[in-house]
Ligand binder design. Sequence first.
Ligand SMILES: Cc1cc2nc3c(=O)[nH]c(=O)nc-3n(C[C@H](O)[C@H](O)[C@H](O)COP(=O)(O)OP(=O)(O)OC[C@H]3O[C@@H](n4cnc5c(N)ncnc54)[C@H](O)[C@@H]3O)c2cc1C
Length: 385
Amino acid sequence: MNFDFSPEQEQIRRTIQEICRDFPNEYWQELDACRSYPEQFVDTLTQGGWLAALIPEEYGGIGVGVLEASIILEEINHSGGNSAACHAQMYIMGTLLRHGSEDQKRRYLPAIASGDARLQAFAVTEPNAGSDSTRIETRAVRQGDEYIVNGQKIFISRVQHSDLMLLLARTSPYDENNRAGNLSVFLVDLEDAGDSVQAVPLETMVNHETNVVHIEDLHVPIENLIGEEGQGFRYILSGMNVERILIAAECIGDAHFFIEKATEYARERAVFGDPIGKNQGVQFPIAAAFAQTEAADLIRYKAAARFDAGHKVGPEANMAKYLASEASWNAANMCMDTYGGYGMAVEYDIERKFRESRLYKVAPVTNNLILSYLGHNVLGLPKSY
Ligand SMILES: Cc1cc2nc3c(=O)[nH]c(=O)nc-3n(C[C@H](O)[C@H](O)[C@H](O)COP(=O)(O)OP(=O)(O)OC[C@H]3O[C@@H](n4cnc5c(N)ncnc54)[C@H](O)[C@@H]3O)c2cc1C
């Protein structure tokens, strides 16, 4: 087994680190304070082609693997930044790439790759369905050569900084015997949609442009149905392993941020005449967070490498997201403890990253649902739903 990175992978890591140096913690703090979108940062990444990492070269992207893409997001979070502002531009297009027609790919992928069109809104979650996406109620009814869509979504991120939105909607009634077979996925042009798609910002504890989305008599042309009607849930699921691996990498980046901050602080902060890091009560949690992060990282690399080699990676991708989000949350708490009261002072940046890292235990899927997946699908235990 080879655990070394290739020179190209090392180069990607160094380049992203250099880009991130131009966006120091003060940049993210200011945006956080006024809940603004990191336009300049996202533009810089877009111009460098980094958000098009997973788009094949024939459609204008860089065409690297998930492992390389995950290094990009890891380094953003490691630097103190927040990939969540733009990570979806990297992977939402996977549904289009894998299941769209050649005409749809030619129509949209080059524009997404160049950044002329942002596809970073992904509308699945609904208030009455929650984690059970097969229960969504947003309805798409075929009328001639278009679908008329009505419904409501919640927690839909980046809509206001997106030109396109991937939408999961019901195209036939819920059927207990075919729970995944009645949903379809559409690519919605938000400019064409006009007032029929209304995004109402939802304030959360993180600077994460997320919204309640009201959809009223939205007309979607049939050429914007992705793949076959009724197969949408399967198409969405097929992209989730990539999403989980990339999210795991962001968590690993966060964990390293916390571990480095804590180590540095524990070396420098002297109380009772000695650096606090001399005390095992301070030192051991840092060392434990480091060990936990390294272990989670191995599963993340295994998942990414196996995915890029064309293998099925459901268990590995789920375990990577679970272990990495638990490792980063543990590291966040450890760092808060190491900093004492100063961890809560905004200028040290620990409290912002603390809030941001907490999200990964919940979204894009809760860790309970990941454990359910492992329990049912890997260990063969009875289903809770
Ligand atoms: C900031 C933010 C951004 C988001 N962005 C997006 C987005 O862009 N697009 C999108 O579609 N969604 C998005 N989401 C939604 C997110 O994916 C959901 O919040 C998440 O999947 C959980 O759904 P829920 O909040 O309805 O929780 P619920 O489904 O109501 O679950 C509540 C709790 O019960 C637990 N639970 C439920 N059923 C079971 C069970 N059978 N076994 C064990 N535990 C169970 C859950 O694990 C959870 O802990 C975002 C959420 C947040 C907070």
